[in-house]
Design a protein around this ligand. Sequence first.
Ligand code: NAD
Length: 385
Amino acid sequence: MIKIAVPKESELGELRVALVPDTVARFVKLGFEVLVQTGAGLAAHFTDAEYEAAGARMINSPSQLWGEAEILLKVAPPGEQNGQPELNWLKPGAILISFLNPLGNPEGIQELAQRKITGLSMELIPRTSRAQSMDALSSQANIAGYKAALIAAASLPRLFPMMTTAAGTIPPAKVLVVGAGVAGLQAIATARRLGAVVEAFDVRPAVKEEVQSVGAKFIEIPIEEDTATTGGYAKEVGKSTQERIREVLTEHIKKSDVVITTAQVQGKRAPLIVTEEMVGEMKAGAVIVDLAAGQGGNCACTEPGKDVYYNGVTIIGPLNLPASLPIDASQVYAKNLLTLVKYLVKDGEMNLDFEDDIIASTCVTFNGEIRNPKVKEALATLVEA
Ligand code: NAD
């Protein structure tokens, strides 16, 4: 019986939990033994009694829980508890499946290799239709996009929808969404449901139809260079293209009540799209919600985790929005993990077949080696610096 362990998340503000009681019951039915740390689900509103009823064995001591794990399922990368690295408790040969921030923290991956822990990074699930139900970046970005639109609506000193009242007609708010990936599309859909008029831009022209299908107008900016990778991600665009984008967007940003930015380029600093000068030209009372705050920000005025007031404009740089909706965020994340673990285990045995693209892409460390070339590159750059 493979032992799966679910610890209580130790990172400040991380309210999600890797498995919810429903998925625990599914794992137990599949023949796994599931160990859950006492209180692991409380911040996400799942009680110990619910986990027990689902068939989990509750363990109070974190060191015992980590120490017994054959597969440890987590949300945030391992951290510290009482000044001790949590990884001290994990046995060599154990499998850790979590968000691991492999390109942002390659040293963390090196540490896994040194400790002979097999690491699978949820950020590296390929964006293919076969892996869709394991795609945690999408399941969490969807939630972040929804919450970004709600934050914008709640922070704007005016209404989102048009209202025709006896006291006059109020026009709808104008929302601009920059970056129409998973989060951007959900932000558009949510802002539309709240009654705003929405337009959107993305460097990948292929998203035009998706933008239109969720009810926004797509801003066309002719771009000559190739902007998409084969994996569906955006490429970093050249300086002159970025200048051209800023030039066109300036006019749209000036007229917007809300700008929601979600533009990211995998493994790089987020592109700077809204300059300080552009913020200076926005309407008084306008709101920017910058979902790229954790990756350097799409707006020059963004401060990660803070609200900034600049010339009458509020710039909000939220971090970890999925954690603000921990019930649903945990539910879908747990489903992503269930699908992945079922995929990894064949006939009751772990089967890491590196010929398989999902496993090859997601597994960052095995047998003391770092397997991911981009992580190795990032480490080499650190050594040079
Ligand atoms: P992301 O978070 O990496 O980036 C968000 C968006 O920012 C992307 O749409 C990107 O094109 C855009 N962007 C980058 N630089 C920009 C710039 N300078 N100006 C404006 N926009 C910019 O992206 P994501 O949401 O994780 O997903 C990207 C894409 O991957 C999806 O839209 C989709 O095509 C693909 N995808 C495929 C699957 C699947 O097939 N299973 C699942 C998820 C995503």
